[in-house]
Design a binder for this molecule. Structure first.
Ligand code: UN1
Length: 499
């Protein structure tokens, strides 16, 4: 099988106009996964042109028909789940069961959004005047620009692409440079499902110049971006200057609060899964445990013991618990935080170093790391690390724990373990977060509910599911139909009675 891949523009598979390419590697083994186009502003302009030309016809295609294509795509993804999951593990690194979950999330979103094709609910409300209808419908935006991360290379694109399509938008998609081959396979499925040329276009490449060209193109009406805070802020500034809609889903510093009355075994399971699943590379990963004094020592011991026994390796092997990090820079960053933590006086319980034994030397592995006696103001407790690094902080009470949880500049996901229903409801009321779990870890959102966060995590939009995702990809159009046959003035002629 050829390892050379192409962009998808106007229904054709084409190289970058410059002829340039770059390579994608397996982060566990260094194996070459693919050679893909290194797109520049010219390729993006071509893709946007194709999307703009396709828009008129696509927006007028009845939504139930658009949805049928999504339904077919979801069926194809389900049929190829194993194959896509294995490729996902090879290109991105997460262990196979998680990779299959990533693919499943796209099936779920495809089915959910296919259902939306027969809803896309508008509003129908009474008019204040007789013989008049007042309603509102959802219009698509036009060409939308989608920029996706590498950590959920199938699920997160599906959160954006399926709703954008069902709402009648056309798309230019720039996937993360670490996982381009998965993006290409995803587009192939939509092509096979019958998506007309130009409706979805794919350009692989780097943030600069490809992503930037997409943000800057005046024909692109929305940028939907999931990724780092640093890049999200840059995009927000550029979109503000251009008067462009932008939907951001950025970092997290998610915490699990464990109260004295919690089930310790259950909490330990949730913490290990949420902190070290996907090697800690989820926006929703737990990087803080906030624990009350009565349970602190027991919990810290259990977490450290479990973390020390996690098996690192190639995610395709059934014996692997934790896969590699995405690339060299990611490992370097996580290690820098281990050094910062030690420097700040946190107590290293386990890990804190690169994992380079045997086969691991070929990939980007880092030992699951746990720090205890971390205090809320330490950088370890404030900044997103995006790797297998967990900090344990102590709180005096539930109120103190909630206050510590809320004291960071992110508000994506949080969790509370308690057997006291009153405390659970107090947490539900007071934790400032986009997603909250009671007696479950911080990862594992489902597509029926909104996904996104408060504060630095985003700009108020919600993607990833639930009806609110439609707000990102549509514009409201309010329509008044007056069938009275005479001038009726709103707010003025409201005392006219129907004769
Ligand atoms: C992400 O990390 O960007 O809740 C997405 C979860 C997954 C999605 C995570 N359903 O962890």
């Amino acid at each position: 099988m050829s390892l050379h891949y192409l962009n998808y523009i106007d229904g054709e598979w084409v190289p970058a106009t410059s002829g340039k390419t770059f390579e994608s590697f397996n982060p566990a083994t260094g194996e070459l996964i693919g050679v893909v186009p290194e797109s520049d502003a010219q390729d993006v302009a071509n893709a946007v042109g194709a999307a703009a030309r396709a828009f008129e016809k696509w927006r007028k295609t009845p939504a139930p028909h658009r949805a049928e294509i999504l339904h077919t795509a979801a069926d194809l993804i389900r049929a190829r789940k194993q194959q896509l999951g294995e490729l996902l593990t090879r290109e991105m690194g997460k262990v196979l069961p998680e990779a299959l979950g990533d693919v499943q999330e796209a099936v779920d979103m495809g089915m959910y959004m296919a259902g939306e094709g027969r809803r896309l609910n508008g509003l129908l409300v009474p008019s204040e005047l007789p013989n008049k209808w007042a309603m509102a419908v959802r219009d698509p935006l036009g060409v939308v620009g989608i920029i996706t991360p590498w950590n959920f290379p199938i699920a997160v694109p599906s959160w954006k692409i399926f709703p954008a399509l069902v709402c009648g938008n056309t798309i230019v998609w720039k996937p993360a440079e670490d996982t381009p081959v998965l993006a290409i396979e995803f587009v192939k499925i939509l092509e096979e499902a019958g998506l007309p040329p130009g409706v979805l276009n794919l350009v692989t490449g780097y943030g600069v110049p490809a992503g930037e060209a997409l943000v800057q193109d005046p024909r692109v009406k929305l940028i939907s971006f999931t990724g780092s805070n640093e890049i999200g802020k840059l995009i927000a500034v550029q979109c503000a200057q251009l008067g462009k809609r932008v939907s951001l889903e950025l970092g997290g510093k998610n915490a699990i609060i464990v109260l004295d009355d919690a089930d310790v075994d259950l909490a330990t399971d949730g913490i290990i899964w949420s902190a070290f699943g996907t090697s800690g590379q989820r926006c929703t990963a737990t990087s803080r445990v906030i624990v009350t004094p009565g349970i602190h020592t027991t919990l810290a011991e259990r977490i450290a013991n479990r973390a020390a026994h996690l098996r690192l390796g190639n995610g395709l092997l059934p014996t692997t618990d934790v896969g590699p990090l995405i690339n060299k820079n990611a490992v370097t960053k996580v290690h820098a935080y281990s050094e910062i933590g030690k420097g700040e006086g946190a107590q290293l319980l386990v890990g804190g170093d690169y994992a380079t034994e045997g086969e691991l030397a070929r990939g980007h592995f880092y030992k699951p790391t746990v720090f205890d006696n971390v205090t809320p103001k330490m950088r370890l407790a404030q900044e997103e690390i995006f790797g297998p690094s967990l900090s344990i902080l102590r709180a005096n009470s539930i109120d103190d724990a909630i206050q510590i949880n809320n004291s960071v500049n992110f508000g994506l996901s949080a969790s509370v373990y308690t057997s006291n229903v009153n405390q659970a409801f107090e947490a539900m009321r007071d934790i400032a977060t986009g997603i909250l779990y009671i007696n479950a870890g911080t990862i594992g959102s489902e597509v029926q509910l909104p996904f996104g966060g408060t504060r630095g995590t985003g700009n108020g939009h919600r993607e990833g599911g639930g009806p609110p995702v439609l707000e990102v990809f549509t514009e409201w159009k309010s329509i008044y139909v007056d069938y009275s046959g005479r001038l009726q003035r709103a707010q003025i002629d409201t005392d006219i009675l129907v004769s």
